[in-house]
Structure formats: structure tokens, C-alpha cells
Design a binder for this molecule. Structure first.
Ligand SMILES: [Zn+2]
Length: 241
């Protein structure tokens, strides 16, 4: 667990089974976790660390988008979960997915899932029957503000090439923003790609938000300038539709 500010901590990502960063925001009244991890084991690593630091178990968990590595830990977390409506629609669809070798291979053939996730899911779950998908308890449309006591969080849905349900968790008092995978390309529809209008919109959104540090799900934290430079280079260099 890494302490970013007095009230914000995060557990770094791990590439072995594609575990994303998990965030922790401590208010005077409530605490909020960002993303629910990819499994029960991932959740327990996080909550064990929290309890060891003698900090309260999370009251809420905010979900940045529906992808398995950010959501499959939700069912083993005793916190009230919050996601945008679109994320819940995707999770609702995944509730009916069967977790057998055959069903997974079928989803690769139909394009419902991709090779990378399939490999990582099998690595995280040697016993596939342990996978439990759940929808979030609270859903919102575009924006939700939560007062944790002395600190607030703004959950905002922004345009992204990566997925159409991407939410950022912005903490204005600390000038920190958790951005999930929002700066990644779309990996789920053929060759990975960015969409010009969505990337432009995202760059403009980040320009207008006042933050010092951005926590992306699968890399080290960025400063605002580093993030904008990275996005602008991506915009000019990568193949974009
Ligand atoms: Zn993702």
C-alpha cells in the first residue's frame, strides 16, 4: 500500500494476472475504495493491508468500468458498490456467462471476450467455478458526488476509446484523480485502436479538471503534464479511426 496524500492510498498494479491499481480514500465519516480488483484474493490483499494499517474497512467501492479485472472482486467485498448505469448493464449481461472451458472458448469465437482477458482470467482463477460476477448496488447516470467527511469524491463518466462506460473518481481537495483504464485504446473490437473524437474529448476533459496526480489502472501515477503529453503524443502518433 502506497500513501499518496494524508487521505489517499493505493495498492500498485500487478502484471502477472493483470491486477489494476486499487485506491483508498479516507474521509472523516466514510471511506471509499476505487475498483474492486479481479478476485477474492486480490480484494483480501488490499483489505488485509488496510486493516494492518489500522484504517477502516471500505464503506463504498466505486467502479471505473465493467472489465473483469476491475469488477470481479466486488462479490467478495463487504462494501456498498457504485457504478454508472452503463457499467451495470455490462455486468448484468455477464451474470449469465458460464465459466467452463467450453463456454470461454465460445466467447472468444464470438468476440464476446478477447484472448488477453481469457489468458489472465485462467491464470487468476485456477478454479474457474470461483468466479462470481455481481452488479453494483447503486448506479448513476453521468455524475455522482459523495461527501466522505472533510473530503469529497466526484464520479464522472467521460468519453473514452477504451470502453463506453468509463468513470473517473476525482478528489478535488487533494487534486488527485483515479482514471481506471480511460486512456487505453479499444482492445475489444478487432485490432486495438483509438477513436479520434473520443480521444480529443478526453484530452479536453483532462485539461479542464484541476489535478496534480492521475492514477491509471495499469501503470505508475502520472502528473497532469505527463498525462497530457502522453495523450497528445498518442493522438499524433497512433493509428486512429
Ligand atoms: Zn479495461
Amino acid at each position: 500500500m502506497i500513501k499518496l496524500t494524508d487521505r489517499i492510498y493505493y495498492m500498485p498494479h500487478s502484471e502477472e494476472t493483470d491486477r489494476p491499481i486499487l485506491g483508498y480514500i479516507r474521509g472523516d465519516k466514510f471511506t471509499l475504495m476505487v475498483d474492486s480488483g479481479n478476485s477474492k484474493k486480490h480484494v483480501e490483499l488490499f483489505t488485509d493491508d488496510i486493516l494492518e494499517l489500522e484504517m477502516p474497512y471500505p464503506d463504498f467501492v466505486a467502479i471505473t468500468h465493467s472489465h473483469w479485472d476491475h469488477t470481479y472482486g466486488m462479490s467478495s467485498l463487504k462494501a456498498i458498490s457504485i457504478a454508472c448505469k452503463k457499467t451495470n448493464e455490462y455486468l448484468e449481461n455477464m451474470l449469465s456467462w458460464e465459466w467452463t472451458d467450453e463456454a470461454m472458448k465460445k466467447r472468444l469465437a464470438t468476440g464476446e471476450d478477447i484472448e488477453f482477458c481469457d489468458t489472465m482470467i485462467r491464470r487468476e482463477y485456477p478454479d474457474l467455478s470461483e468466479i462470481q460476477v455481481k452488479t453494483a448496488d447503486i448506479e448513476f447516470n453521468e455524475i455522482l458526488k459523495i461527501d466522505l467527511g472533510g473530503i469529497t469524491c466526484e464520479l464522472m463518466r467521460l468519453e473514452s476509446s477504451h470502453a463506453d462506460d468509463c468513470v473517473v473518481v476525482y478528489v478535488p481537495e487533494e487534486k488527485v484523480i483515479f482514471i481506471g483504464d480511460i486512456i487505453s485504446e479499444d482492445f475489444h473490437h478487432g485490432e486495438s485502436k483509438y477513436y479520434r473524437e473520443k480521444l480529443e474529448s478526453l484530452i479536453n476533459d483532462f485539461k479542464s479538471i484541476d489535478f496534480n496526480t492521475a492514477l491509471f489502472g495499469h501503470m505508475e501515477p502520472f502528473s497532469k503534464q505527463e498525462l497530457l503529453t502522453w495523450l497528445e503524443e498518442t493522438y499524433s502518433e497512433n493509428f486512429i479511426l
